[in-house]
Design a protein around this ligand. Sequence first.
Ligand SMILES: [Zn+2]
Ligand SMILES: [Zn+2]
Length: 155
Amino acid sequence: MTTRLEGGCACGAVRYRLASKPMFVHCCHCKDCQRQTGSAFVLNAIIETDRIELLKGKPKPVRVPAGSGRVHDIYRCAKCQTALWSDYGGRPKLRFVRIGTLDNKRALKPDVHIFTRSKLPWVGLPKGARAFKVYYDMKKEWPAASLKRRQAILG
Ligand SMILES: [Zn+2]
Ligand SMILES: [Zn+2]
């Protein structure tokens, strides 16, 4: 049985389906993500933009300042403003989908925890979780097939 990776915003105006599993999943504990979500961390599934099939509606980009100085557009439902995915760094072929918007939130889990230097002290990580104080070496952590997919769209 395949897991259907479908999701949407809070009001139902935007619905989407991921055509495949993502390349990689980040749980980011950085201060920007904490502020932008109003929570302890963000859950981002990294996937090709053309693997996000819009079933209903069309999220609108909202630009936020990024700590790195790179542009960051958060795509939100125009009606209820739920954040569905991000474009980090102005890379139109790559999206970071917020996995809390999936209907089945257990379908995907973090491959790595990043920026744990600002992880809130009461957030515990599972035993054996791959965690990094800041960032990590992509070539070491990503599966070869995912690196290939990334290279196919970013070159
Ligand atoms: Zn909505
Ligand atoms: Zn972050």
